[in-house]
Design a protein around this ligand. Structure first.
Ligand code: SF4
Length: 429
């Protein structure tokens, strides 16, 4: 059995992984180890690299890739992985539901330079439908077999919807919602529980899941099966009911030195984001919060990378630690390469904006440096710092430049240049 990072930190020791993360993030290693011991930071391992997610660290971004039953092209998914990495995603999740799922996952893990996450219930359900004719015929054993296979293959984290249980269904029935259930994992498990009149195996046999996580030092991302699918249902009884269960499951995982992330909404109006972050941190004792968006309006299909970046920036500022990107294809189709690029860039901007609000020094410094280069009209250096250099070039060179030390917005009336001349101030740094 692997030596668990949380256990090492709880003993007051500093592991190699902690040293590496502290150096990358520019923070004190003892302080980082304390947060890992407390469960406020998790360590994802991938090949020889490590990634920290949680309190006091730079906000991280995840990009979902993977096939669907409708669009199944491994090469396309590998190109999405390449683009997602190029624009700075910190992790990828393989959500494949079409084609040879084992082959796709293994290829993604082998190729990826960032930690890979999966949602094993997808594969368990798909194979049950293929072999037995219906998702509700899935054997409980199948779920754990698939989880162990993913762990063996080297995934760094898995989403498990352990917080959806029979009590949640009862609450859902008593308090109907308009957007029903939009989490695929949540929907699969709820259907299975209703037909089989049995408890969710990932809840009932949570200790078994914990044993697998311990064996592989696998980080559990406790899924939000009841996340609202529209702002009409935000912060409703079902969502909060599940969060309360996740709080209890977090404690049990920590007692066993298993690292946990909590997944969160979803569709939330801007004025409820702070409350949602507060509730997660309070109920789950500071466990890292992984939000999908949140999408702050439902009227902009085609632009949900923007609605989610607005929500993500505020969520990160208020304490969310990990943003799952949303692409312009959300609610419309499987994303293509261009949408993956736009989604990652939007989420990176949101995470960075949130980090400025959080006071992450290394992120604030990036803006300060850019501000100086901008004042100096040092286009080369500005380009180096730009998230999207191709777009920088395209727009900078859209019109013919008459003067190189200004841009075509104001040309010879460049405000900075005029003030520099008459005020007699030069930027020297
Ligand atoms: S020309 Fe106008 S927009 Fe361009 S750098 Fe100068 S002040 Fe800024």
């Amino acid at each position: 059995m692997k030596e668990l990072e949380k256990k090492i930190a709880r003993k007051g020791l500093i592991s190699e992984a902690v040293k590496k993360i502290a150096e990358k993030e520019g923070i004190d290693k003892e302080e980082l180890a304390k947060k890992i011991a407390e469960g406020k930071v998790v360590i994802l391992k991938h090949k020889d690299d490590v990634l920290g997610i949680g309190e006091g660290l730079r906000t991280k971004v995840n990009a979902n890739i993977g096939t669907s039953p409708e669009v199944c092209d491994i090469d396309l998914e590998m190109r999405k992985l390449e683009v997602a990495e190029k624009y700075g995603t910190d992790t990828v999740m393989d959500l494949s539901t079409g084609g040879n799922i084992d082959e796709i996952r293994r290829k993604i893990i082998k190729t990826s330079n960032v930690p890979v996450g999966t949602v094993p219930i997808y594969q368990a359900v798909i194979e049950s439908i293929e072999n037995k004719g219906a998702l509700v015929k899935m054997d409980e054993e199948k779920i754990f077999e698939v989880i162990e296979k993913h762990a063996e293959d080297g995934v760094s984290f898995i989403t498990v919807h352990s917080g959806v249980n029979l009590k949640t269904i009862e609450r859902l029935r008593k308090n109907p919602r308009k957007s029903l259930v939009v989490s695929r994992g949540g929907a699969f498990l709820i259907s299975w529980m209703i037909v089989n009149e049995k408890e969710n195996p990932l809840y009932k046999n949570y200790d078994r899941l914990i044993e697998i996580a311990k064996k592989y030092d696998l980080v559990l991302s406790l899924g939000d099966g009841l996340r609202p699918g529209g702002i009409i249902d935000s912060t409703d009884i079902s969502q909060i009911e599940e969060l309360l269960t996740l709080g209890e499951l977090t404690k049990y995982a920590w007692e066993n030195d298993v690292q946990v992330i909590i997944e969160g909404p979803g569709h939330i109006p801007i004025n409820e984001i702070e409350t949602n972050v507060y509730l997660e941190k309070k109920i789950c004792n500071g466990a890292p919060f992984y939000v999908l968006g949140p999408v702050v309006s439902d009227i902009a299909p085609g632009y949900d990378h923007i609605t989610s970046a607005i929500g993500g920036a505020i969520a990160a500022w208020k304490g969310a630690d990990f943003l799952c990107y949303v692409t312009p294809s959300e609610h419309l189709s499987l994303p293509g390469i261009e949408e993956v690029k736009e989604g990652v860039i939007a989420a990176k901007i949101a995470a960075h904006v949130g980090d400025i609000g959080k006071g992450i020094k290394s992120e604030i410094e990036k803006d300060f440096i850019m501000d100086i280069y901008r004042a100096k009209r040092d286009w080369e250096k500005e380009r180096e710092l730009a998230i999207d250099k191709e777009r920088f070039d395209k727009l900078r060179n859209k019109f013919t430049l008459k003067e190189k030390d200004v841009c075509t917005m104001c040309g010879k009336y460049c405000a900075i240049k005029i003030v520099e001349k008459y005020l007699g101030v030069k930027i020297f740094c």
